[in-house]
Design a protein around this ligand. Structure first.
Ligand code: PMV
Length: 333
């Protein structure tokens, strides 16, 4: 067992969305999603076993101590997963938790619709395994990460990752070298944390949006089409379906009571600007998550044209491609 482990994990951006939970299990998705684990932006998490109890786990995100019910659920599941592996060591998981200090930093805005919860919980699951030297399978860590955040199940793998409706863990669809030309251009519209978390948003729309059952039904065909579009590296099909998926997801929110609106005026301006680019023959589409950020999807050959169209924006877009997935940075005995 190590006394300290530092790991990195990258957010996984959904091309077809997980939005809504089944009534059983923790964060079991009502819709199948396919996402891309990104490179270039990351969560870096250091887990330390302190000499004395911290009353832990003590968790800091970007320097601020956080109490969040999702961590309680996560650590209850972690106990079930790791306890059998710790038997030979004579140390109980609750002793470890008592002494655990977690320090996590994101090099991108947190809780603003950039999937920071996916990389944060993914890093925590992967980091615990590195700290305890348990060498669990990725799929077990994916299931653990899911208990903190559904999309985090996808961050345990690099490249294109799918997370099927009703499933408890994600699996890799294609590695990070599958589509090297694929680019994601992130336009940060607001770096402020959102008022309604994805979790709260999903629960609210499931209860009150008349469109929710139709969304779940329709997502099945979007998932199938996206799967083949990604495997065929077909940018036009991938972009078109990604667009349908996020707009239909937002339709469930607009129809809820009370309605949920994550968009800002600038989000819509960017959507229209991308539409103009498409009408000029530039192969670019977009997606959005539970926040105002717009993420353009294109290939390297069209990147310059996309960036040129937005050269007047104050905040610089972030250009990303497919990443390798979580990594151990260093460990200490
Ligand atoms: O994993 P959560 O609870 O943060 O929910 C993620 C929801 C979306 O980002 C909107 C979609 C997705 O599949 O990542």
């Amino acid at each position: 067992m190590n006394t300290q482990a530092t790991v990195s994990a990258q957010p996984n951006l959904a091309l077809v969305k997980y939005w809504g939970k089944k009534n059983r299990g923790i964060n079991v998705p009502a819709t199948s999603s396919i996402g891309l684990t990104l490179n270039g932006i990351e969560t870096r998490t250091t887990l330390t076993l302190m000499d004395r109890g911290t009353g832990g786990p003590r968790i800091k995100v970007n320097g601020t101590e956080l109490q969040d019910s999702r961590f309680e659920v996560f650590f209850r599941q972690a106990e079930k997963l790791f306890s059998p592996r710790l038997r030979q060591t004579g140390i109980s998981f609750s002793d470890i938790i008592e002494k655990l200090a977690v320090d996590s930093t994101n090099n991108f805005p947190t809780a603003a619709g950039l999937a920071s919860s996916s990389s944060g919980l993914g890093a925590l699951a992967f980091g615990l395994d590195a700290l305890l030297e348990t060498r669990l399978e990725r799929s077990a860590l994916s299931a653990l990460a899911r208990s903190g955040s559904g999309s985090a199940a996808r961050t345990l793998y690099g490249g294109f990752v799918e997370f099927r409706e009703g499933s408890t863990r994600a699996r890799q669809l294609a590695g990070n070298d599958h589509w090297p030309e694929f680019r994601v251009v992130v336009f940060t519209v607001s770096a402020q944390a959102k008022k309604t978390s994805s979790r709260a948003g999903m629960n609210a729309i499931k209860k009150s949006s008349p469109f929710f059952p139709a969304w779940v039904r329709n997502s099945r065909s979007l998932y199938k089409e996206m799967r083949s579009a990604v495997l065929d590296r077909d940018i036009e099909k991938t972009g078109t379906i990604a667009r349908l998926s996020y707009l239909r997801m937002f339709a469930t929110m607009f129809a809820a009571n009370p309605p949920l609106v994550y968009w800002q005026p600038e989000s819509i301006e960017i959507i229209h600007a991308l539409e103009d680019l498409r009408s000029q023959g530039i192969a670019v589409w977009e997606t959005m998550d539970a926040g105002p950020q717009v993420k353009a999807l294109c290939e390297e050959k069209d990147l310059a044209a996309v960036l040129a169209a937005f050269h007047n924006r104050e905040s610089r877009p972030i250009i990303l491609s497919a990443g390798k997935g979580p990594e151990v940075i260093e460990t200490w005995k």
